[in-house]
Design a protein around this ligand. Sequence first.
Ligand SMILES: *Cc1c(COP(=O)(O)O)cnc(C)c1O
Length: 401
Amino acid sequence: MTGSELRERFSASLMPNYGVPPIALTLGRGCEVYDADGRQYLDLIAGIAVSSLGHGHPALVKAVAHQAATIAHTSNLFINEREIELAERLVSLLGGDAKVYFSNSGTEANEAALKLVKRAAGPGRHYFVAAGKGFHGRTSGSLALTGKDSIREPFGPFGMDVRFVPHGDLDALREAVDTGCTAVFVEPTQGEAGVVPAPEGYLAGVREICDATGTAFVLDEIQSGIGRTGAWFAHQEAGVRPDVLTLAKGLGGGLPIGACVGFGRYADAFHKGDHGSTFGGNPIACAAALAVLDTIEKEGLLAHTAVMGDLLAEQLDAIDHPLLAGQRGSGLWRALTLTGPHAAHVQEQAAVRGFLVNAVAPDAIRLAPPLVITPEQIGVFIEALPTILDAAEAATKEKQS
Ligand SMILES: *Cc1c(COP(=O)(O)O)cnc(C)c1O
């Protein structure tokens, strides 16, 4: 089946919410993927910061196959040991005094967090604060907290009082949060907004404001967590612990899983029957996540990610091109910022030359490669980048003329 045939069938049978993706992927090996027409690409986006071990990692394949052959599903009517192991593992990586709820996606992890903080809140707390341009997911509760107006507004109202403050602005946050606030939801670095870091000291400031008002601090590390920045979790680098932490994307290495972690009194805030999911804590997804955590540890991927991230940043900084404004981010989570709205052309021209990147904003290209990427693979991309930018510039001019 060719890519063009697959695109036609996609368009005829799948809802148009994603548009029709330009490339159909059929095989992945390490940091390389292949499309339906046999073309090879270096994968620099990893399914949106998900395939952290790359594709087909033997540890993940073995864990999933073994678990599928042992017991694939139990539901939450029964205990499965993988779920306990994974929760214990996460709690130990987070430094203890925490408990975990497992979901199947990021947005569900945030929905759990939303119910958890409502359960934990005293009387008189009736509104939420979140960051402008932030992203927390597409289901109604998470969407209500999502600061990207274009994706939220068509679907409201949500029956929630959510107040948005600019990302990284502690003065605005202090102004917005009083003892009527249930929770503050933020990302450490805004992923979907274009890998936009907060200023130094931001998380410590959020912690202080939440402590002063007794407000719950919910940190969405769905994109930043599990090694992406070169630490297990971005908040650990800041030396700040939230009350509630949400995870997903990189946790399952490609299998669908999310987690909502409650610290301190938030660990036990749910009452029996308060929340649930038929698939949550599914043994196969948990086995995959355990393989991801084991492999990150065994292969030293946190240190590797930090070193590769620095290398990538340094080599990007050395490129001088009229389309390239700069780069931002940390670890293997970067955005190339462009001097104009050229991202769609850059993404397209990168694909033509065998590189998968993501036009996350009109003027920003997101890079979130597998954490196992090598210096040689980074080098191949860096070498091709000026040509890609030239071609994008030519395509822009052609469109204008
Ligand atoms: C991707 C993402 C989500 C939503 O996760 P889904 O698995 O797509 O529901 C929420 N928050 C952040 C920060 C994300 O990057």
